[in-house]
Write a protein that binds this ligand. Structure first.
Ligand code: ADP
Ligand code: 5GP
Length: 207
């Protein structure tokens, strides 16, 4: 069955969780397993990390230009996270959904809740770390952030976990392959909701 027959519009999946919990790694693996999934590239005022590419990982802007984009209503959602601004392009995401693509946003909790208010059909998936000590060790072993930045990110974890109950699904990323399978199972189940099959079922109405 073709994707367009089953679902004229794409499904929006939002993946959030504390820094270092494995969101980026999971998103990368999801795209490798299903190249039809689209990952929205956010805009940020954070400086690029080593190896990060403009337009691939993020669009990097200064705060002045980011604020201009807010005024022009460029963003579906935006938020200040760990001292920097991050935002999702409204036109890009709505365009991909209209074309029937399923889209993933890897964004923070404030942004996820803003999107859920505007687009209630969005599916919210929270990636939780197995423990605080494991989260710390992942942030250190990733080696991308200074000690000060890691401490800033860890200090937000408790507040972030308090809001996890507002998500549709929680996946604990302990064993990576198992966590990936669970996220893929959520995507598959959400894609099988009967509301995505209205046009498919309509073909049988003539008999
Ligand atoms: P986030 O995007 O949530 O900030 P990352 O995807 O960058 O986190 O992952 C942080 C670090 O943890 C990376 O070095 C990644 O390779 C590692 N990692 C991710 N998932 C696991 C896992 N299940 N077990 C061990 N290490 C993991
Ligand atoms: P990082 O600096 O590690 O790439 O991302 C820091 C945090 O910002 C993560 O929680 C990430 O999910 C979040 N983030 C990335 N892009 C966006 C976005 O467009 N909007 C919001 N609200 N958060 C984002």
């Amino acid at each position: 069955m073709s994707r367009s027959t089953a679902s004229p519009k794409g499904v929006l999946f939002i993946i959030s969780g504390p820094s270092g919990t494995g969101k980026g790694t999971i998103c990368k693996a999801l795209l490798q397993k299903d190249p039809a999934l689209r990952l929205s590239v956010s805009t940020t005022t954070r400086s690029p990390r080593n190896g990060e590419i403009e337009g691939d990982h993020y669009y990097f802007f200064n705060k002045k230009d980011f604020k201009k984009m807010i005024q022009k209503d460029h963003f579906l959602e935006w938020a200040e996270v760990y001292g920097n601004y991050y935002g999702t392009s409204r036109q890009s995401v709505l365009g991909m959904l209209d074309q029937g693509s399923d889209v993933i946003l890897e964004i923070d909790i404030q942004g996820a809740l803003q999107v859920k208010d505007k687009l209630p059909a969005a599916v919210l998936i929270f990636i939780a770390p197995p423990s605080m000590s494991e989260l710390k060790s992942r942030l250190f072993s990733r080696g991308t952030d200074s000690l000060e930045e890691i401490q800033r990110r860890l200090s937000c974890m408790v507040d972030e976990l308090k809001l996890a109950g507002r998500y549709d699904y929680i996946v604990i990323n302990d064993n990576f392959e198992q966590a990936l399978d669970k996220v893929r199972a959520v995507i598959s189940a959400e894609k099988s909701r009967s509301r995505h099959f209205k046009s498919f079922l309509a073909q049988f109405a003539q008999y």
